[in-house]
Design a protein around this ligand. Sequence first.
Ligand code: ADP
Ligand code: ADP
Length: 222
Amino acid sequence: TLSIQVEGLSKTYGQQKAVDQISFRAVPGKVLGFLGPNGAGKSTTMRMLTGYLQPTSGSANLGGFDTQRQSLEMRRILGYLPENTPLYTDMYVREFLSFVADTYQLERSAIKVKEVIARVGLGDEQHKKISMLSKGYKQRVGLAQAIIHDPSILILDEPTTGLDPNQLTDIRELIRNLGKDKTVILSTHIMQEVEALCDQVVIINKGKIVADASLTELKSKH
Ligand code: ADP
Ligand code: ADP
């Protein structure tokens, strides 16, 4: 089983401590909400967890892999939906997903592009150009690229920001289903999102963790 372990993780930009000595653990089968206002340090943390940004100090371990090493083996167990997902908008949906799948250098049989397309509800859009899709459908493409290699760990950075209410309901439902057999961290600035999707919540403010509790514990206190 693959958990995520964060120990004393920090990132300093110039004089500013964007992330300051944070430690927490995320466990399989649960969705951990990483909640905090804009500027709290969420994206910086997500980028360090996924190996895209080097910490100033501390460590993060995903399923036994040190994230700073950026190994292919680690990428294979990790699905990541960055904030403002960089999609190749000139590509067709299916073409893009096959392209992303190839970067994992897995056996053909391990990659099920058709199944993933169906799972995220992109069946009717798969032959369209990404640039032609609505924001909600683009976000489905973002989720599809994150799960294309069937990762055990899923890191979603503000996955519902900017969606209209209908899209929001659909994407949340999708995340709930995807999360069932994975270890998930979802960053958000919206408490309702945590209530809708998460089992565990870590609250970050000004780079520091101010709460780490189950959703039940958190609700009983407020
Ligand atoms: P959040 O995702 O919670 O909105 P961020 O992690 O994006 O927060 O940012 C945390 C703080 O670090 C903010 O004050 C932000 O301006 C600053 N910051 C983020 N990235 C950089 C960077 N590349 N250079 C300098 N400061 C940064
Ligand atoms: P978020 O919406 O998570 O707060 P931002 O809009 O702060 O993200 O960051 C967008 C990009 O700009 C990121 O690559 C981040 O590292 C960079 N960035 C954010 N704040 C600063 C800053 N104060 N100085 C330089 N780069 C920054």
